[in-house]
Design a protein around this ligand. Structure first.
Ligand SMILES: [Zn+2]
Length: 315
């Protein structure tokens, strides 16, 4: 549309009734969503050569379209695949609602609210949420440097949404007051917005070390509370260790060594999680990663869509 026609269209809006304005808004919203979906599809693969998800060959040819996404055929293994084969969103239907769903993730909506918003049922809402969140799981910190803060936090164990009710009980057992056992989560972050979270079986060195040691860069300073496991972590990674034990009133050393950044992060996380009224332990890591994406401002609809379309070669 040329600019004079466009101005004409905008002028025409001034003559609309309230009801008509509302309908126009719904139409625009619909077109915006369709446009964002198209963009995500066309940008997908733009920065990497298309390779066969089955045999990784790059000898692929176009093979028409299916359900709105491009189809390809591999000249080596002769199998066909589409843009989304081996991506988190592979096989999900009703693509026209994906943008709206990605926006619900941005808003931190509950499953039911997102289902209502996107006119899908609760089961689909659940399935879509965890498919979109798979991408979030791949975006945790790959390194921690400078002043690194680490601590554990705890969530009540829950079997909500679980298909594995028969699994082994957790080692740490109950807390003796008839309340559900607590699941420890290690949160570690630095002052450069590198953040990582790991659901642990218990807070032993054996659980903590593999979650944090590979990430800590040389020359960092590790700040923790009293958990003795971190003494060994600091030794193994060759970094200085500041133990800030609250009972010693040593909460801040030299004005910079503290775990307040982490404590604040944890308190925002708790506040944000409250709306979900308890999260199934099997899905806890997804929610933790979702919150991290929000904190890092990587949770807009576009990020969720293009992340969901990424190919995971190891799945
Ligand atoms: Zn192939």
């Amino acid at each position: 549309m040329d600019s004079s026609d466009f101005l004409e269209l905008l002028r025409a809006l001034t003559h609309l009734s309230s009801t008509q304005l509302e309908r126009a808004q719904q139409h625009i919203q619909h077109h915006l969503q369709a446009d964002l979906l198209r963009q995500s599809f066309s940008e997908h693969h733009a920065d990497e050569p298309i390779s066969c998800p089955h045999c990784h060959s790059v000898h692929v040819i176009h093979w028409g379209q299916s359900h709105g996404s491009l189809r390809y055929r591999c000249k080596d293994c002769l199998r066909t695949f589409n843009q989304l084969t081996h991506s988190s969103l592979s096989g999900l239907r009703r693509k026209e609602q994906w943008v709206a769903y990605a926006q619900c993730l941005k808003e931190g909506m509950t499953l039911q609210a997102a289902a209502d918003e996107c006119h899908i049922n609760l089961k689909t809402s659940f399935r879509w949420r965890h498919r979109f969140l798979r991408y979030a799981l791949t975006t945790g910190a790959t390194k921690l440097c400078g002043i690194v803060e680490a601590d554990e936090m705890f969530f009540a164990e829950s079997f909500k949404g679980s298909r594995h009710l028969e699994r082994e009980p957790r080692k740490h057992g109950g807390n003796g007051h008839g309340l559900p056992p607590l699941v420890p989560v290690l949160i570690a972050l630095d002052r450069y917005e590198n953040e990582t979270e790991t659901v642990l079986l218990d807070k032993s060195y054996q659980q903590i070390a593999p979650a944090i040691e590979p990430l800590i860069r040389r020359g960092s300073v590790l700040c923790t509370d009293g958990n003795q496991s971190y003494i060994q972590v600091a030794e193994n990674t060759g970094v200085i260790h500041k133990r800030l034990i609250i009972s010693d009133k040593k909460r801040v050393e030299d004005e910079v060594y503290h775990i307040q950044t982490l404590n604040n992060y944890i308190s925002r996380l708790r506040g944000w999680m409250a709306r979900f009224h308890g999260v199934g332990t099997d899905y806890l890591k997804n929610y933790l990663a979702w919150f991290r994406m929000k904190e890092q401002r990587r949770d807009d609809a576009k990020s969720w869509l293009s992340g969901g379309m990424k190919i995971f070669t190891n799945t």
